[in-house]
Design a protein around this ligand. Structure first.
Ligand code: NAI
Ligand code: MG
Length: 331
């Protein structure tokens, strides 16, 4: 029996997580679901984007499947991003963001890469302050976190094609990004079977667009990893298909890369694939590799037959797509 905490959150999160729950139920695995709240709507009600009992429920579960959480683009007193709260409270220091070619229009061929993003520090510590017309943000880079994330990436590289790109901007930021780069390079020395090389982030963006098939595993700091992973999603069919995992030593939260999709929320047309693929990553994490693979194969079948939601120029709804997937899985 697995205990899974579901935190749908805001906007389309509340549409794609229930769809994914149906898919998980259709696997026949014994799963007990716990439901918990987080995000903007709960902040408005309770003054906290992640209430304490949500964190308790997450800690008590084997894994968490999250949807998406709205964050305002302006400063709101007392508000702190829900997903960042979860990453910090549960020490989910490694963010896995894979991008694989999919059988849809708009996906390039021969792409199979994995971004390992440092998930706890960098510019995302959000240490901002304002002095009149000047605003300043601190970026935090520590040797410990850089070494820890590089080890995660090196171990992933060992399981794959043994290539690791260390992405940085040490030429402009030699103390912060430099510490990350040099720590990563030092750490990589203990893994001589992995061919690790460094790429400056702006060049990495260009190479990712022009020759994505040359990348396998990448490791980088928080902000660069966030931006480049959306770019990667754009190469293989868009945000509707991009899954991710936030992994720590004691817990893991699986979530789509996309946000709460305010432009399409409430219409029932969000693509649940990114969340379903995140659930596949969760099943793999729990040791259910075969079931994860079966769901992914069934998804690829639907995509290749053009059974897709409007983000991929199809006419399926979240519910009809999920119905079709469950039917395909039963074949
Ligand atoms: P977004 O990812 O919500 O949407 C970007 C575009 O992609 C929109 O046009 C949206 O309709 C489309 N899209 C995203 N997911 C889709 C899906 N499953 N099916 C079909 N189309 C999809 O990003 P945006 O608009 O920049 O941010 C909206 C809100 O989400 C903000 O409040 C932001 O803070 C939050 N956000 C939360 C994240 C999280 O919870 N981890 C991650 C990114 C953004
Ligand atoms: Mg993002």
């Amino acid at each position: 029996m697995y205990n899974i905490c579901l935190v749908p959150g805001d906007g389309i999160g509340a549409e794609v997580v229930p769809a994914t729950q149906r898919v998980l139920e259709a696997t026949g695995l014994a799963i007990r679901f716990t439901h918990a709240e987080a995000g903007w709507a709960v902040f408005e009600k309770q003054g906290k984007s992640v209430p304490a009992d949500t964190l308790d429920k997450m800690r008590e579960s084997d894994a968490t499947l999250a949807g998406a959480f709205t964050s305002p683009s302006k400063k709101v007193e007392g508000f702190y991003s829900a997903i960042r709260t979860m990453r910090e409270e549960l020490n989910l220091y490694a963010n896995f963001r894979p991008a694989k070619s999919r059988p849809v229009e708009g996906s390039q061929d021969n792409i199979d890469m994995l971004m390992i993003r440092e998930n706890t520090e960098g510019l995302y510590v959000a240490a901002e302050r304002r002095y009149g017309d000047i605003a300043i943000a601190d970026a935090v880079v520590s040797k410990g976190a850089s070494e820890r994330i590089t080890k995660v990436a090196l171990k992933e590289a060992q399981k794959r094609t043994k290539k690791l790109a260390i992405i940085h901007k040490a030429n402009v930021l030699p103390l912060t990004s430099g510490l990350f780069l040099h720590t990563a390079q030092e750490t990589a020395k203990a893994y001589p079977d992995v061919d690790s090389y460094d790429v400056i982030v702006d060049a990495a963006a260009m190479h990712l667009v022009r020759s994505p098939e040359t990348f396998d595993v990448m490791v980088t700091t928080n902000l660069f990893g966030d931006i480049l992973s959306d770019l990667m999603a754009g190469l293989v069919g868009g945000l509707g298909l991009a899954p991710s995992a936030n992994v720590g030593d004691d817990h893991a939260v699986f979530e789509p890369v996309h946000g709460s999709g305010p432009d399409i929320a409430g219409q029932g047309i969000a693509n649940p694939t990114a969340t379903i693929l995140s659930a596949c990553m969760m099943l793999e994490h729990l040791g259910e590799k075969e079931i994860a693979q079966m769901i992914e194969n069934s998804l690829n079948q639907l995509l290749s037959r053009g059974i897709v939601t409007p983000d991929l120029s199809g006419s399926e709804t979240t519910v009809s797509f999920t119905d079709a997937l469950i039917k395909e899985m039963a074949l």
